[in-house]
Design a protein around this ligand. Structure first.
Ligand SMILES: [Zn+2]
Length: 317
């Protein structure tokens, strides 16, 4: 496995990060630049003319046209936060740099905050990752497999029918040379044709060539204008097939990540977000030095995601 390109990247050192984002002013300026790369634009009317007010903790703008007041954090993932921005930025750094994921408990210890606060920071940032990756679809050649959170994958004893066992589709796109490009890990209600059609319409570009081991439901990708190719497995699972070696490697990494960093969590409720966090990092594995800044952009791009919303968002999964 040619992993050296990843492991020997320069990355962004903690001292370098702190030099850039070690003060509240630096963090505010970074948020402002990320949110309005071309300069302030009123979220109400789009006007660029503004006054800067000296009200409150955060830099606040007043539109010269419609007079709307907006702080630099209003309307972003950081809206209404009582935490210092330097703490948020440090969390972004730690989560970005953690090779196999970072548990809320580890985040609590490293940031010196309470567990509920660490949990909320983690969930919000994972949500930003999920929404960012949801903008993209896989294209070209895509390997797929059926997998479970809480079942065989994580080594738990949850058996068939366990409430904490979540089926998900693991999909990996490959270059023309057969090298891995991007992954998507998406929980599905079950491995039915209908579920796969819906999944394929969300996560695949039309024209994909989907390679599976022939599980009946995957034939549904043709309804999403994709082609379906079957590797005759002869009763074997993709993990025993050389054609699926990259996908198996990625699933192995996921297993390590979930087992090592996250331990047990409510798979059925938060599975999408943990899978998305893993995928987000995998999909940017060649850009480790810019990962924290990319996550900051993702966080200011999505709106506020309050705790009540985060806790119920996946209840239907
Ligand atoms: Zn305005």
């Amino acid at each position: 496995m040619a992993m050296n390109r990843i492991q020997f990247q320069t990355g962004l050192s903690l001292p370098a990060f702190m030099a850039q984002f070690g003060t509240e002013v630096q963090c505010e300026e970074a948020l402002e630049r990320s949110r309005w790369p071309q300069g302030f634009q009123c979220p109400g009317c789009g006007h660029a003319g503004h006054y800067v007010l000296k009200a409150g903790r955060h830099k606040t703008f007043q539109c010269r046209s419609c007079r709307l007041q907006t702080s630099v954090i209003a309307g972003t993932l950081f809206q209404s936060t009582h935490l210092k921005l330097t703490l948020w930025f440090l969390a972004i750094y730690l989560i970005s740099e953690a090779k196999t994921g970072l548990s809320a408990l580890a985040l609590k210890r490293q940031l010196g905050v309470s567990y509920p606060t660490a949990w909320l920071i983690q969930q919000k940032l994972m949500q930003a990752m999920a929404e960012r990756d949801a903008l993209y679809t896989l294209s070209g050649n895509v390997q797929v497999d059926d997998a479970y959170l809480g079942g065989e994958l994580t080594g738990g004893k949850a058996g068939r029918g366990s409430e904490n066992k979540v089926p998900f589709v693991a999909a990996l796109s490959l270059s023309a040379e057969g090298h891995p490009l991007y992954v998507k890990m998406a929980p599905v209600p079950g491995f039915t044709r209908k579920a796969i059609v819906n999944w394929a319409r969300d996560d695949l570009s039309p024209g994909c060539v989907v390679l599976s081991d022939g599980l009946a439901c995957f034939a549904g990708v043709v309804d999403a204008d994709c082609q379906h190719q079957v590797i005759i497995a002869g009763g074997r699972k993709p993990k025993d097939l050389p054609e699926f070696s990259w996908l198996n490697t990625v699933l192995g990494n996921l297993k390590t990540s979930l087992g090592g960093a996250y331990h047990a969590f409510a798979f059925s409720k938060y599975g999408t977000r943990y899978l998305a966090a893993f995928s987000y990092r995998f999909n940017r594995r060649f850009q480790l030095d810019t990962l924290p800044m990319r996550l900051i952009v993702a966080a200011v791009t999505i709106g506020p995601r309050p705790e009540a919303w985060l806790r119920q968002a996946e209840a239907s999964c």
